[in-house]
Design a protein around this ligand. Structure first.
Ligand SMILES: [Zn+2]
Length: 568
């Protein structure tokens, strides 16, 4: 009923015609969108027109949520789930009235529910959806952390009055007053988990402490904490990770397992003394992160076929290559979980052990106690393994044992720090692996990078520049351009205004066939080796890049940043 009301109202306001309304109502049956959204999405009206019409016709005030500061206390009146479900934001109170910003002020159910929850009379206001999204993420995103900070500040203030010169806030004791610092740290971790961060950085600056999170490979500023709370915050983290709280001048390492809202995460924490205090980095290893399939990682087409072929082998060595942060270990684990059956003995050598896989014998490398990759590998070989996974080949000794195991009937998986599939062959030569060993044992090389996916919430088509086309190896008059769905993300609260959300691999897969093996074994000149590689059907990574841009999954800009800008 309220849909017809909005439609009538817009016709009355002269914003849409009867026909346009009829069309939108017909579409709406298929798309199941709300009428307002339907009119916006089909481009019949702009959001501004919709808001203006509602303001005029209903006499409701418009509020620009991107410019107002909302008191965090408002979150007590309207819980986050309600705000998100109905796209509403509590703005302020006056007497027993609550001013509520709504994207659809005609939504009677929303008004009713908020009235019941807040026990206030609702004064609706109109806001743009983008403003609502922004305000919700601002207001509720760090709400818990902000409250804890306020309470800690109060305590520090009182403590300073009561016990001048005494260390305030005894963190980690059974003392009730330590609660806010614990809650602040919990909130920071929870925020990290919910925003899919891989690392949390707590960085003391001269006047404040900055909390940044690495999301999809890049750091984002999350919030700032008053300088006077730095000590309690740092101490809490150190207590949590069993570090020496009194030692502030040397770097420390620690570990903690945290459970936040039914999810368990493994934190690897390190401190580093800086001029403004100890910087803390928490690496989040999500224990419940599901292991992926190659398709979920982003393997497709010829690369997927080659991946499946290589994993299906029974012996030899497969190398995963790329710079740090290119997702090599995720791919390695995806392979291991596929190979993990009762009939085989899989042993992994890792530094550090990141995910636990049931049924796999995982060995932690520890240089200090002498468990180097090479030493660990020798021990493993005495344990009758079928499949051996080596975290990384860094030196000749490890490389030699790995290749020898591969030619003596074992299936070996490992990673190497090189830029692409071809340079892996050069790198093995540099390390000192004999050409005949490479040609006999090496079955394939998967070289990968991670590029960010365009955010699905704010994705829109766009026209690339000639320069961008050339970066992809395309000319402006290339007939294949008709197949391209060039897109980018406008930026929205869902993606922290970056335009990207999540990542996907870009890959090139080299399978060593007879021709390539012969070229390597005979030490053929470079051109001959490259010719053999080309004959093998090898597709360089740019092919995969073009495909991702063609399908509107990532942008040219992102490809340029990751593939052509050298290594991080
Ligand atoms: Zn977005």
């Amino acid at each position: 009923m309220k849909f017809t009301r909005l439609g009538d109202l817009l016709i009355d306001a002269g914003v849409i015609t009867d026909e346009q309304l009829g069309q939108a109502l017909a579409n709406q049956k298929k798309t199941k969108r709300r009428l307002g959204d339907e009119l916006l999405q089909s481009g019949i009206i702009t959001e501004r027109q919709l808001v203006d019409a509602l303001t005029m016709q209903l006499g409701i005030d418009y509020i620009d949520l991107t410019t107002v500061e909302i008191n965090p206390e408002m979150t007590k009146l309207v819980p986050k789930n309600l705000a998100k479900r109905y796209s509403v934001v509590p703005v302020r109170t006056r007497g027993d009235e609550l001013y509520l910003a709504m994207s659809d002020p005609l939504n009677f159910i929303a008004t009713e529910e908020v009235r019941a929850a807040s026990r206030r009379r609702i004064v609706p206001m109109i806001a743009m959806q983008s403003g609502i999204d922004h305000a919700i993420s601002q207001l509720y995103g760090t709400e818990g952390a902000k409250r804890a900070i306020r309470e800690m500040q109060q305590e520090v203030g009182e403590g300073a009055r009561d016990r001048t010169g005494v260390q305030v806030a005894e963190v980690g004791s059974e003392n009730e007053s330590s609660a806010p610092s614990i809650r602040l740290v919990d909130n920071i971790i929870e925020r990290g988990l919910s925003s899919r961060a891989s690392d949390i950085h707590i960085e003391p600056m001269e006047k404040e402490v900055v909390v940044r999170m690495r999301i999809d490979g890049l750091l984002h500023n999350e919030f700032n904490i008053p300088k006077e709370l730095q000590q309690s915050l740092t101490s809490r983290v150190k207590v949590m990770c069993n570090m020496d709280v009194t030692e502030r001048r040397v770097p420390q390492d620690g570990r903690a397992i945290v459970r936040v809202r039914m999810r368990e995460a493994d934190l690897r924490v390190s401190t580093l003394p800086t001029v403004h205090g100890e910087k803390i980095v928490m690496r989040i290893l999500d224990r419940e992160q599901k292991l992926n399939t190659p398709e979920q990682l982003g393997f497709s087409g010829a690369n997927l076929e080659r991946y499946n072929y290589l994993v299906g082998l029974k012996q030899g060595i497969i190398l995963l290559v790329g710079p740090t942060g290119s997702g090599k270990s995720s791919t390695l684990f995806t392979m291991i979980s596929k190979l993990n059956t009762e009939q085989v003995n899989i042993v992994t050598l890792e530094d550090p052990v990141e995910y636990n896989i049931e049924g796999v014998n995982q060995v932690q490398v520890n240089e200090k106690t002498g468990t180097t990759f090479a030493a660990g590998l020798r021990s493993i070989l005495r344990q009758d393994p079928d499949i051996i996974s080596i975290g990384e080949i860094r030196d000749k000794e490890t490389a030699d044992i790995a290749f020898r195991s591969a030619v003596t009937g074992h299936f070996v998986l490992s990673t190497l720090h090189t830029n692409d599939a071809i340079s892996t062959l050069d790198r093995l030569d540099d390390i000192g692996v004999e050409p005949y060993m490479v040609s006999t044992a090496l079955k394939g090389v998967i070289s990968q990078r991670l590029v960010r996916r365009i955010c699905p919430h704010c994705k829109e088509p766009y026209t690339p520049t000639e320069e961008e086309l050339r970066a992809l190896g395309l000319e402006p008059d290339d007939p294949s351009l008709a197949d391209y769905k060039f897109s980018h993300g406008r930026g929205c609260p869902e993606c922290y205004h970056s335009g990207y959300r999540g990542r996907i691999v870009v890959v090139e897969t080299l399978v060593l066939d007879k021709g390539i093996r012969h070229a390597i074994a005979t030490g053929a000149p470079r051109e001959e080796l490259l010719a053999a590689v080309e004959r093998s059907g090898f597709q360089p990574v740019i092919e995969n890049c073009r495909q991702l841009v063609r399908d509107g999954i990532t942008t040219v800009e992102e490809i340029q940043r990751v593939i052509f800008s050298g290594d991080e």
